[in-house]
Ligand binder design. Sequence first.
Ligand SMILES: Cc1cc2nc3c(=O)[nH]c(=O)nc-3n(C[C@H](O)[C@H](O)[C@H](O)COP(=O)(O)OP(=O)(O)OC[C@H]3O[C@@H](n4cnc5c(N)ncnc54)[C@H](O)[C@@H]3O)c2cc1C
Length: 635
Amino acid sequence: MPGLSSIVRWKKRNTVVSWVFLKLITVVIFSRKNLNNHIESLDDTLTHHCTEKNRTRWVNRINYLVRPKFIRRFIEDRLNRQIPFHERVVLSLDEELSANLVYDKLKKNRQRWSNWYGNHASEPLQFFVPGKGSIAKFNELEWGEYDFEALVEISGKVKMAEQEGRRIRAIGSGHGLTAVSQCEDFIICTQDLNLTQRKARNFIKNEYIDGFDVMVNYNNKKATEKHFLFETGGGTKVDHLIIALEKQGLALINKGGSGIQAIAGAIATSTHGSGIGIGPLPGMVRSMTLVGKGGQIFRIEPRNGITDAELFAEDAEVRTFGIQLIQDDEVFNSAIVGIGSMGVVFSLILEVQEKYDLYEERAMWDWDKLKVEMQETGVYTYVNKHRHFEILINPYLDNQKRQRLENARKCLVTTRDYSESCEIPRNAHKVRNYLSSFVSGIAISGRLSHWVFNKNNASIPRLTDNSLRRLVDHAEDGGGYHAPSYKVLDQGLGELKFYGYAIEIGFELDRVFEAVDLIIAVCEEAKAYEHYLAAPFSLRFVKQCSAHLSMMNKADMCMIEVVSVKGVTGTISLLMRLERELLKIGGVPHWGLSLLPWTSETVEHAFPHFQKWKKNQATYGGEAFVNAFVQNILD
Ligand SMILES: Cc1cc2nc3c(=O)[nH]c(=O)nc-3n(C[C@H](O)[C@H](O)[C@H](O)COP(=O)(O)OP(=O)(O)OC[C@H]3O[C@@H](n4cnc5c(N)ncnc54)[C@H](O)[C@@H]3O)c2cc1C
């Protein structure tokens, strides 16, 4: 039986939300005055003054209310009065942005591909969807099987492209925001290349079969961990891979902020998470099978790789399909981050670990104080106090606060550690605070957000401070977030990600503060023209990686991601200006998160082993795998 006090609290919470919601509706219908403040107030109430259950109930109610088209039309009509055309809100479109677009296997011609953001599109001559797997029915698949039929089919398509003098390219989930995936001739959609999900055993050297010891350096302590080998299809979505691993008691060592990418797509651009003791996703690859030049199938590994060459050579299927084993550091380092130009990655063997839980804490800091602490301790030692360490910084000072002499720049520090290595408070939660309950739950909120920011752009500094504060662990009762690793590693930005755009630039650790100062200065300058970044920018620390085209190739890096909200006037120009300025001071751009055109000079400067990559690309990938984006950097 719930106690009297919890019933009273429950009633109080519902009354507060009802009241705030009623005020919001009244303002939409009658005046529109300070509407953005009312939206924020609802957001704040749902985030800070509701239990998870309570909040979900309210979010569902609001979604139900705004489902009828005439309601959305009505809101649209109210909000769009006296609003410039380019800042208008469209709520009545039923079509939603989808992370789960499924392509039709039977439709080879007249298909249209576009990346998820819609800023790059291709209408290729032919569109192939090989594979007996299924993105839509992943859980029903025979996970152990290796799809040789699809391997042969892809090999045939590559030969066909070469014979016809055409270009060919694999696509993953289309989450690269650059033109890196675009191809006008033949596209191989990898959505159904997700059949193989098994512990790697075939032709694996004995010392790797049942796990092997690996030295790690987290929390500034060296330790040994047991890792394992797992084989997966190149088209497997990261979220699906996580499911397959979990069922076998395993987990990814790390992941990016979301799991919507295909694993080969994520690896091809050196996608990363955070943790100065952990490399990006390509750092977890131990072997990859790809279809390259001439339709030849290669199994590529470092020298002393995991495959027993003798056992491999004796295998009947290896002979039938003519798979060539290459154990060479240079070729391997070129192939892992191949940006789609080393061939079609069919399957991968990844280093993984036993499943584990993480404990996360999020706390507000003044950036200047944090900076001093980091400088005094040394950046590496400071960020390596935890397995994962991330910072979100408000590019602006909250002007309204400045008048009250509280003019500190706010930032949010996120730390994550193995749960067994820390003391978990009794009030730690199994659910996390989303960036914003409003944004992450309500169907129309993503489409509304640019309106809120455009309408009162001067309040963006305050809104950003407030949204950072909403991320702090459960304001009412404190305590961090404790859950299985894959949940904690997911950034939990909900739908907001679908309405954002980002650039990301890497810096060696001794340049971090210079880069942050530059971002702040450029944003401050643009403010005079009423152009704002409508989100905090993030700092994620990542270990060095041997892949020639990895952004972490040179050294341990701090990856700075600058995000803004689609439709906020001035945002794209500001992101472009920031990218230009950050590249000027020696930043390394992200293959999938960039707005400026890439040139050979940019790449030569940022990736010191580019010439080695070029040579191996010509040998193993060849001209057919060069699209316009890559041609630009080769010329
Ligand atoms: C919402 C969102 C969140 C993101 N989060 C992060 C993050 O946390 N960290 C980070 O570093 N980046 C992040 N990114 C960037 C993203 O991870 C990369 O752009 C990644 O490459 C996208 O993977 P994808 O499967 O969508 O690949 P695509 O965009 O489809 O393709 C990317 C490249 O991979 C190649 N490719 C795909 N599949 C294959 C294959 N089977 N064989 C050979 N080449 C292939 C393509 O040809 C192309 O060159 C994010 C992007 C978005 C939109």
